[in-house]
Design a protein around this ligand. Structure first.
Ligand code: FE2
Length: 185
């Protein structure tokens, strides 16, 4: 379950409270439970799944994708799998650690590991949201945000796209508040 951190050190794990805070910038957060299946569990445990394994993993969540296609017009999905040994990981993370926007929605469904989204609120205060397996998040186009990993640098998430072009970061130059280490423990 997600955890929201404020700049004054306050942390909130009540889903209603989190949704209320994030609704001001149009962010949608939902819980989609991960199916309890031994084959899926084995795939989720792979550090670096090959494309065939990623496709099998995505197959467990295909009904979600079909719903998103029908209701919101998403065209494609893939699996992003980040772990400490991944070549180019620092460069990849470096693209998203600063405040930016996109011309399209950024949609992620975390299926393993953890990630941290930061947001600039309408009053210019900032928050960070720890997302964990089962958290589905939609960051709307134009919402100022950033992304980083927790200290163990491990996440698998399904990305949903309407197009690939809208997903490049547009940097805003807003300094990011130093929130420090965040974990669910
Ligand atoms: Fe982004």
């Amino acid at each position: 379950m997600a955890l929201l951190s404020f700049t004054d050190g306050t942390r909130v794990d009540d889903p209603q409270e989190i949704r209320k805070t994030l609704s001001g910038i149009g962010v949608c957060l939902e819980r989609w439970p991960i199916p309890d299946n031994p084959d899926l569990k084995a795939l989720l445990a792979l550090d670096r799944p090959v494309p065939e394994e990623s496709e099998r993993l995505l197959g467990f969540f295909e009904s979600r994708f079909e719903t998103l296609k029908a209701t919101l017009g998403y065209q494609s999905r893939d699996l992003i799998s980040l772990s400490p040994g991944l070549p180019g990981l620092d460069g990849l993370l470096g693209r998203f650690k600063d405040c930016h926007t996109h011309d399209d929605d950024e949609i992620r469904y975390v299926v393993e590991g953890a990630g941290i989204f930061g947001f600039v609120l309408p009053d210019k205060d900032q928050v960070e949201l720890l997302v964990l397996p089962g958290d589905y998040i939609n960051v709307p186009r134009g919402a100022e945000h950033w992304f980083r990993l927790t200290t163990d640098r491990h996440i698998k998430a399904i990305r949903y796209f309407t197009s690939r072009e809208g997903w490049v970061p547009v940097y805003t130059g807003t300094p990011v508040h130093p929130f420090g280490e965040i974990s669910r423990a």
